[in-house]
Design a protein around this ligand. Sequence first.
Ligand code: NAG
Ligand code: NAG
Ligand code: NAG
Ligand code: NAG
Ligand code: NAG
Ligand code: NAG
Ligand code: NAG
Ligand code: NAG
Ligand code: NAG
Length: 715
Amino acid sequence: MKCVHWIRVCVLLLVLNTSSEELTISSSCPTHCGKVSIPYPFGIGNDCYLNRSYEVQCNQSTSVAYLPSIKKEVAQIDHPRPVNIYGYGSSVPHGTLRIKTEITSVGCSGDNGQNLKELLNFTGTLFSISENNTLVSFGCSSKATLTNIDPRIVGCVSICDPFHDLPLQTFSETSCYGYTCCNASTPADVGQVIGVKIESNDGNETRQECSVAFLTDEYGQPSLWRNRTDAKKLHAGKYATIELKWQVITSNLTFEESLGCRQNRSDYYSNPCYCEWLAIDTLLYLRCACINGYEGNPYLLNDCKDVDECKQLKDDGRPGLCTKSGEICQNIPGAYRCVPKKSKTLAIYIGVSIGLTVLVVGVGIWLYIVIKKYRKTNRMKKFFKRNGGLLLQQQLASREGYVEKAIVFSSKELEKATENFSLDRVLGHGGQGTVFKGMLADGRIVAVKKSKVVDQDKLEEFINEVCLLSQINHRNIVNILGCCLETEVPLLVYEFIPNGNLFQLLHEEDDHTLITWELRVRIAIDTAGALSYLHSAAASPIYHRDIKSANILLDENYRAKVSNFGTSRSISVDQTHLTTAVIGTPGYVDPAYYQSSQFTDKSDVYSFGVVLVELITGEKPVSFQRFGENRTLAAYFNLAVRENKVFDIIDSRIRNDCKLGQVMVIANLAKRCLNLSGRKRPTMTDVWLQLKSSRHGDLQTEVEVNTSDDDDDDN
Ligand SMILES: *[C@@H]1O[C@H](CO)[C@@H](O)[C@H](O)[C@H]1NC(C)=O
Ligand SMILES: *[C@@H]1O[C@H](CO)[C@@H](O)[C@H](O)[C@H]1NC(C)=O
Ligand SMILES: *[C@@H]1O[C@H](CO)[C@@H](O)[C@H](O)[C@H]1NC(C)=O
Ligand SMILES: *[C@@H]1O[C@H](CO)[C@@H](O)[C@H](O)[C@H]1NC(C)=O
Ligand SMILES: *[C@@H]1O[C@H](CO)[C@@H](O)[C@H](O)[C@H]1NC(C)=O
Ligand SMILES: *[C@@H]1O[C@H](CO)[C@@H](O)[C@H](O)[C@H]1NC(C)=O
Ligand SMILES: *[C@@H]1O[C@H](CO)[C@@H](O)[C@H](O)[C@H]1NC(C)=O
Ligand SMILES: *[C@@H]1O[C@H](CO)[C@@H](O)[C@H](O)[C@H]1NC(C)=O
Ligand SMILES: *[C@@H]1O[C@H](CO)[C@@H](O)[C@H](O)[C@H]1NC(C)=O
């Protein structure tokens, strides 16, 4: 079974102290070849492309764009579309590329009996075949199949009516269900090799009518059906376009850092784009996209530009989104909003007041203040409403008992607590917002998170999240104290956790005596306990979905506090103040989750397994200092387990004074958590209980790492 590991990385969290190399693409680089636009990393001519794999040759006389790395003519190249980084499970799409391929035919004039014209083989290139292609075949009694996609079998049969034998041209409509034309869709993840084969279906080799078959991404578009009436004509056309997917292979950091989206990446304001890593087999890929509301080429520096939604809507001829009378659309970075039309009363009041006496001026000023205050309150009410305040009130009212816990703070209170969101109070910038340290009137220290963008669709989830989290009361889970909905973007208030996070402690702390084996075990137990609680003890199961060492905060006694749970990234309880201090942490995501798109409790178990390995080895979840497959910690660890070398990879800081037996028990547990098959992983509660019993020297679990009976058979 082909093993595909997908690793999603929250690039927002990456802060590597690399110099910001200026990306210099000569302005003399052609942007088009004929009608084909050539976006970077593709380019025509030296210094215009990122790598030879992206070189495009343009024939000036014919305006034909040609891609030497795959020896194909290119019809269109697109960089990835903008991505909604705040949505559930959203991931950066591929860039797409449309190329011309030959049509396969049998029985047509000029074909020499070959029924498999061309095998598309992109092995060793950046390209793979998109599922947005359809197999189409025109002909009588012909069977078209896709080849080289074992073990799948995909094909279709097209017949002509045996009794009436209507001529093909009487069917000119765009239906294609088996009569003279048939279709079949391409399965997802076909990979890099595919072919199209066509053969006679009735075994009558003498019946040689012209039949054609091809893959196309234009299924459903009128252009494809223009020659629908005649397979011969289609054959004369010779080519069909198919869609490929492309991404950037990151072979080294320098290379990666030269991409536009990887610069200023902790700051969404100056660089509103987002990257994601994927590890497929032994290669690390990077895909970047502008975030929703911005458009441009994410691989170029500062090319993601704000989209003027208000304008766009008008151009579409559709009614604008702000249709209520008295409201106009106003573009803001990354979004738009509906604001009341400028009221003239204010100007009038001011105008009048100027002409009057000092007393009247006083009255005027007073009026001005009153009106301003009124408008401000009005705006706050509006924000409150827009931000789901009513929904929250409703939800809270319907859940007696939680009312006191989820406190709705006023914007004034939080402004005061953070000294008007003073820059001195900034604890960190993250992808989702800025976190400020604040002190409430009652003296409590809090972390206030100010989100950057709020996706209107996600508000209900946001409210649910606040309600959900407000129900949780566990000493190893960061407490949400409340929120404020009166501001333009919601503010979230958390308890302040002073000692950073586990990632910093493991990988950045200089004082090695701090992170003893005992402390590591305690952190593991605390974290497992919190997760076990979320999975089973809470009113309804809550999956964390983003377990990683950076999300395990440490309080004044170095007890673990799990943060950033829930699922919606827009509101997640988040890394609070720790977002920027974290170095790249890909490698936590359950590969089974990416294959099935189904997140289960066992996906959290997998991520926790990676944290366990981090605790044992002191290694980062993804490191460029390890090679090939070993760049991801899970693979590195599994290899050590297979080769019986777990002892060798134990963190040197603890190797000499930890209980080796206990380390091996926990390594075995980690191995079971990292099983590729979710079903075979233990539950979070099992993990927690086993960790606890391992500490009490109650070693009921298997001690030998290599002899357990549930070996990975998915490899
Ligand atoms: C450039 O492309 C080749 C494949 O043509 C690849 O092997 C190499 O790693 C790429 N270099 C970089 C820096 O990505
Ligand atoms: C451009 O295309 C024409 C026609 O196919 C061909 O004769 C010519 O050699 C091409 N030129 C280059 C530079 O490839
Ligand atoms: C595809 O190409 C690769 C290398 O170029 C080769 O190893 C492989 O056998 C080819 N696959 C097929 C089905 O021809
Ligand atoms: C494609 O084929 C399927 C199955 O034969 C058929 O149901 C469908 O209508 C076809 N699509 C079109 C656009 O005709
Ligand atoms: C094969 O096709 C030819 C031409 O259409 C026809 O004359 C012949 O009877 C067919 N043979 C069989 C076995 O169907
Ligand atoms: C599939 O291809 C067609 C034609 O190029 C394009 O219009 C459509 O947006 C593509 N769909 C997806 C999901 O990429
Ligand atoms: C339709 O057929 C004509 C030749 O008769 C050819 O030039 C054209 O490219 C064909 N169109 C398609 C979409 O294959
Ligand atoms: C890393 O990538 C840069 C930019 O593509 C290239 O110049 C350099 O040679 C690469 N270094 C290694 C070790 O591959
Ligand atoms: C990064 O951001 C800072 C300010 O936020 C700006 O001064 C600098 O020019 C930016 N760097 C790049 C490469 O855009």
